[in-house]
Design a binder for this molecule. Structure first.
Ligand code: HEM
Length: 447
């Protein structure tokens, strides 16, 4: 039996990588529509490409992280997951939903909110699939006593994603929808915490992968690991207020969030402190593609955390709110951290032996990092210009401001194009290899 069987974790990862590739092309189209507003306007206007892009990206993150949790849970317990069938149903529901979502957007049917703009009825199968994930996870973990930190992080991530996902649909009830301030507070709160929940899944998996590469299992049982876990949980539950500083709601929410957001400085400090040792380890483990991706993500944690801590200061947030700073923050984090970490898991799970950091891979990864940096800086520059426009007393029309931004958006598009090429160069072998000769019997076994 060859080790290229399409196991459940591999199916999740492959589905995720295919959705990500589509998401990249929609992002590229959206960026082109910044500079050529009429581009594809008749059948794929920006109102469609943006949700197509963002929903695809979110499904990449939840599908990829489900695959990583299933694979690493089995590797850490040494046992098969409780039910392959439930995991298959979860994956097929995700895949069917994203196809229906793409169709609904392309034919112009929306009805949802912010990151989930699709018709709310499609939220139900996603919630059901997630309940199956939770049940399968709980049944697969043999008790929570003396477990390494990542087992707790996965549990926290799965539970809080379900909670915040359901919370993000409270607007369907008139009681919440009829009070705009409460409605928006809950909206931004649920999305802020939802990001925290999928970060728990991804950071838990990166701790497991780091230990696997280094052949140790000590860190995930240390006090520091659990301290960082509780700090992450604390932020997941209470830092979301920095999304609503501009809303006329209770001041104590903003003050608590401001203080909690600043505790992220501790994570920032830890990264700086540990950077040297991770560089030393790079000499030893840098030949693993997964390790190079983990290291790149570490650098992006540093950069995006610096920006998000700045944006969490109310006096600065009043300028950045509603500008491309938010897009820089969101994409910096979901590309530089989430996606690079998920690609690290994919290169470890889909390729056996795990992918090697050969010359082609190194060039692709450097292309991604440099293009992403230019991409990120261009969004920050667009944010500064828009913030100045928002605060200016000269009443310059929006269209004039957008026209003045055009040179920045051209840089954004070119950097986005190079970034897309770099990412696709990393994605393609990860999709091709396992599919090239999956087991002739077609039998699926758990890795
Ligand atoms: C792994 C890759 C990517 C991820 C994870 C990602 C993620 C995201 C997210 C989360 C948003 C919503 C931001 C918000 O809250 O407003 C977004 C918006 C956007 N992204 Fe991406 N993105 C990726 C790649 C790209 C690429 C390569 C391009 C262009 C070349 C791109 C272009 C855009 C555009 C135009 C928007 C809409 C910004 C707006 O609201 O005006 N994205 N992306």
């Amino acid at each position: 039996m060859s080790n290229k069987h399409l196991t459940i974790p591999k199916i999740f990862m492959l589905a995720g990588l295919i959705i990500l590739s589509a998401g990249l092309l929609f992002g590229l189209t959206g960026a082109l529509q910044y500079i050529v507003p009429g581009f594809l306007k008749q059948f794929l206007s920006f109102e469609k490409t943006r949700p197509l892009h963002v929903s695809a990206i979110l499904f990449w993150i939840i599908t990829g992280s489900s695959g990583a949790v299933f694979s690493y849970l089995q590797q850490s317990t040494g046992k098969k997951i409780y039910s392959v069938l439930l995991a298959k149903i979860q994956c097929y529901i995700f895949s069917a939903c994203i196809v229906l979502i793409f169709i609904s957007y392309c034919i112009g049917i929306f009805g949802g909110r912010e990151y989930w703009e699709f018709p709310p009825a499609l939220g139900l199968p996603i919630a059901i699939a997630w309940v199956l994930f939770l049940f399968n996870y709980l049944k697969s973990v043999s008790g929570f006593k003396n477990q390494p930190v990542y087992v707790w992080m996965w549990l926290t991530g799965i539970v809080f994603f379900l909670f915040t996902f359901l919370e993000s649909y409270l607007w369907i009830f008139p009681y919440f929808r009829n009070n705009i301030v409460n409605d928006m507070t809950i909206q931004w709160k649920s999305y802020g915490s939802m990001v925290g929940s999928w970060n728990m899944l991804i950071y838990g998996s990166s701790i497991f992968l780091m230990e696997k590469i280094m052949g140790v299992s000590s860190y995930s049982r240390t006090r520091l690991a659990f301290l960082m876990y509780f700090l992450g949980l604390f932020n997941l539950m209470f830092n979301w207020g920095h999304h609503i500083y501009t809303l006329p709601t209770h001041n104590y929410i903003k003050h608590v969030s401001y203080i909690v957001s600043m505790t992220e400085l501790l994570i920032f400090g830890k990264i700086i402190y540990q950077w040297k040792s991770s560089l030393d380890s790079a000499k030893k483990y840098g030949h693993y593609a997964a390790y190079s991706l983990l290291l790149s993500a570490d650098a992006w944690v540093f950069l995006t955390l610096a920006l998000s801590i700045l944006m969490s200061v109310p006096a600065i947030n009043v300028y950045t709110h509603g500008t491309h700073f938010t897009v820089a923050h969101a994409m910096g984090a979901t590309i530089g951290i989430n996606s690079l970490l998920l690609l690290a898991f994919a290169s470890d799970i889909l390729m056996q032996p795990p992918a090697i950091s050969n010359k082609k891979f190194k060039i692709s990864l450097w292309t991604v990092n440099i293009a992403l940096f230019v991409f990120w800086i261009s969004l920050i520059a667009a944010g500064i210009q828009k913030a100045r426009w928002q605060m200016s007393t000269e009443k310059i029309p929006f269209s004039v401001m957008m026209l003045e931004q055009r040179p920045i958006f051209i840089i954004f598009f070119i950097a986005g194009l190079v970034l897309t090429i770099g990412l696709l160069l990393i994605i393609y072998p990860l999709i091709k290899w396992p599919l090239m000769s999956s087991d002739k019997t077609g039998k699926q076994v758990v890795a």
